[in-house]
Design a protein around this ligand. Structure first.
Ligand code: WT7
Length: 681
């Protein structure tokens, strides 16, 4: 019988003896799971995991069919578990099966004794909390579904959601799912122009928004932005406005209606029949950055997606009936979709929905929430951990965090220093950390350790989840050796794999992005290495994607925004290491002839980015150069720009420059490099 220790045992920390403090902090740590976690773990030993994993890859269809029966309610059974093709990519899971996500996330719990259980606890920016039971979720969702139906919205129609973290964002998602409408959430930190592009691309008919959002005491005027976007979105017929701050706002007669008035209409019933849909009916579209300026509308469907999110939610966070789970992500990202809304609700768990920011009213906010609500599972991002670490350990140590059992990390590779702080100060060396590697396109967690049964290695994500078959492939298209870096790919589909891009009929871009680089495999865009224990170490993106505070941004979209300035001739955007954000944004700018770099240029360009994309995409550094380094064939040498942005000042360290048109360009760039602060100040 496997009996793990009560406290984490550090079995390898090679640099602990070192006198260099930074080195100690960033050294790798291996920690064994504790009995505190393992005594409750659903998967009770490593051998059980291995057996289940083996089964899941030897007989994927048999395995997933069993899970689909265990985890979901099906109105009608499927006739075939899986049809797939990686060459001409298409995937159908549970073909012919009929189900409904809203039924699985709400109705079935009403009959399972969870009617009066908290579905979620909403924690407002002002530190008020409000509990929503499964019964109240049911009524609110049904009413909103009926409102949508009264506008003629039904199966297959797209509803756009531009809301802050208010309870209505959850009601809206489930109301769409209930009637077979497809939701597309646009993160409320995006700008009016970004909203407009996504509304146009999705062909949404209804927009659900709010007067304003409130985060950290700051007001974000969402309705004003929506009004600006809607000037160019004639397909939107109705705008439903949540009155978060009871502000006086412009209401367009005939088009704009108040949420609270609509759901209270006399003709709106408290019940709404379920629209049973095919397992492959689209559930949502979520826009994410791609290698061109045009965002990619990733489509997830009903059955496979919900199965993927609920099974991973149960086993990876190891949630139990009375647990309280807290995910700090915004519902506008995939983490919010899968692990704030769909995973937890499908299992009937109670979660915290937090409107605010980690540092308001002070940097103890997360710990305060954990203490007050008795949180058992806490899921956040390395960037948040690093920013809270800066405030010292006294704050977290002054709260009662003893309810915590499982800690989760997501968004980027977690550096060992942040991992250790999370493990020691927050988890008291007894909680398990699940560093969950996955993507918008994977829909569900793919690689992580399972709590209570697996050794954790700071900054290695871990082992593949059931049914997930990773492979690391070198540039020569061969499988990498153990310990060798390569490209992370997948050999076989999983239930929640993205089905394509919305409104791109032939799906060429989908194929080119994921299935052409390594024929026969799904390519993730990440570099990785597999170690001798089968653990995957993630090494960041290998494409033109930036990972800023765990958010994916495309260099192309930022460059397009910069190039739209009348002053800018050309630009190149790369990342550089940033202490808090993980990656910072470094923009090289070539000005048009006759334009001189004025003092207000950086502020103006930053303002432009805020307008075109949103504040998350604002560059940390703007470096005006005379020319960009290009090859004779005119290709931009990003590799060189990345090195200079990261602080390389010796031209000899830049590698082969022989293909450059002009080496002097590089020297000039190095000489003019501004001083860069990467500490987030
Ligand atoms: C990219 C996906 C998945 C939700 C958040 C981001 C990076 C994500 C990890 C992790 C190392 C990670 C990858 C991936 N990433 N989680 N635990 N360890 N890298 O979703 O915007 O679709 O970005 O985020 O580079 O490809 P996303």
């Amino acid at each position: 019988m496997f009996s793990p220790p009560m406290r984490g045992v550090i079995i390898k920390d090679p640099n602990l003896q070192s006198s260099n403090q930074d080195q100690v902090e960033e050294s790798i740590l291996f920690a064994e799971p504790t009995e505190y976690v393992s005594e409750l773990s659903w998967i009770n030993s490593l051998d059980t995991y291995k057996e289940m994993y083996q089964r899941s890859i030897e007989d994927p269809e048999g395995f997933w069919a069993e899970q689909a029966e265990e985890f979901l309610y099906w109105k009608e059974p499927w006739s075939k578990v899986l049809e797939w093709d990686f060459e001409d990519p298409h995937f159908s899971w549970f073909v012919g099966g009929k189900t409904n996500v809203s039924y699985n996330c709400i109705d079935r719990h009403l009959h399972d004794g969870r009617r009066n259980k908290a579905a979620f606890i909403w924690e407002s920016d002002e530190r008020h909390s409000k509990v929503y039971t499964y019964q109240s979720l049911y009524t609110r969702v049904c009413r909103l579904s009926n409102v949508l139906k009264s506008y003629g919205i039904g199966k297959g129609d797209v509803v756009a959601i531009f809301l802050p973290m208010v309870p209505e964002i959850v009601f809206a998602m489930l109301a769409c799912a209930r009637i077979g409408a497809i939701h597309t959430i646009i993160f409320s930190g995006f700008s009016a122009e970004a909203l407009r592009d996504r509304l146009q691309q999705s062909h949404a008919k209804v927009l659900i928004t709010a007067d304003s959002g409130l985060r950290g005491g700051r007001i974000n005027p969402l309705k004003n932005m929506a009004d600006a976007a809607l000037l160019e979105c004639p397909e939107i017929q109705k705008v439903i406005v949540v009155s978060r701050l009871q502000q006086r706002i412009n209401m367009e007669p005939g088009r704009d209606v108040y949420y609270h008035e609509e759901v209270a209409r006399k003709d709106i019933k408290r019940h709404c029949d379920i629209e049973w849909v095919d397992a492959e009916h689209p559930l949502f579209i979520l826009y994410t950055s791609g290698s061109t300026g045009r965002p990619k509308g990733v489509v997830h469907t009903t059955g496979g997606y919900l199965l993927g999110t609920s099974i991973t939610f149960k086993y990876i966070f190891d949630t139990h009936e009375d647990d309280v789970y807290f995910c700090t992500a915004d519902a506008g990202w995939i983490t919010g979709h899968s692990y704030l809304v769909y995973g937890p609700l499908s299992l009937g768990v109670t979660s915290v929905l937090f409107e605010g920011v980690p540092t308001y009213p002070d940097a103890g906010r997360f710990w305060d929430i954990i203490e007050r609500h008795g949180v058992n599972q806490f899921y956040t991002a390395p960037t948040a951990i690093r920013s809270l670490m800066r405030h010292g350990s006294e704050l977290p140590l002054s709260y009662d965090l003893s309810s915590l059992r499982v800690l989760g990390s997501v968004g980027e590779p977690i550096n060992p220093a942040a991992w250790k702080w999370f493990y020691r100060v927050v988890g008291k060396e007894r909680c398990s950390i699940a560093d969950t590697w996955w993507q918008t396109e994977t829909g569900m967690h793919m690689i992580t350790t399972l709590p209570g049964i697996m050794t954790m290695k700071s900054s290695a994500a871990g082992l593949p989840f059931f049914g997930v078959q990773p492979i690391v492939i070198t540039s020569e298209q061969k499988e990498a050796e153990i310990g060798e870096d390569g490209h992370l790919c997948m050999k076989y589909p999983w239930p929640s794999i993205a089905r394509g891009f919305w409104d791109e009929v032939d799906n060429t871009r989908f194929k080119e992005t994921y299935f052409s680089p390594f024929p026969g495999y799904y390519f993730t865009g990440d570099a990785a290495m597999k170690d001798e224990d089968g653990y995957y170490w993630l090494k960041g993106r290998v494409d033109d994607m930036l990972n800023v505070s765990g958010h994916r941004l495309g260099t192309a979209e930022i460059e397009a925004a910069l190039n739209s300035s009348p002053d800018v001739a050309e630009s190149a955007v790369v990342s550089f290491p940033h202490d808090i954000k993980g990656e910072g944004i470094y923009a090289y700018i070539v000005l048009k002839d006759g334009i001189v770099a004025s003092d207000d240029l950086p502020a103006r360009l930053s303002g432009l980015i805020r307008l075109k994309i949103g504040p998350i995409a604002r560059p940390d550094v703007i470096h005006v150069v005379d020319e960009l380094p290009k090859t004779r064939s005119g290709k931009l040498m990003r590799r060189i720009l990345r090195k200079i942005a990261s602080g390389t000042t010796d031209i000899k360290e830049l590698g082969d420059l022989s293909t450059l048109v002009d080496e002097d360009v590089v020297e000039m760039i190095i000489k003019s490099r501004p001083k860069v602060s990467s500490s987030g100040d």
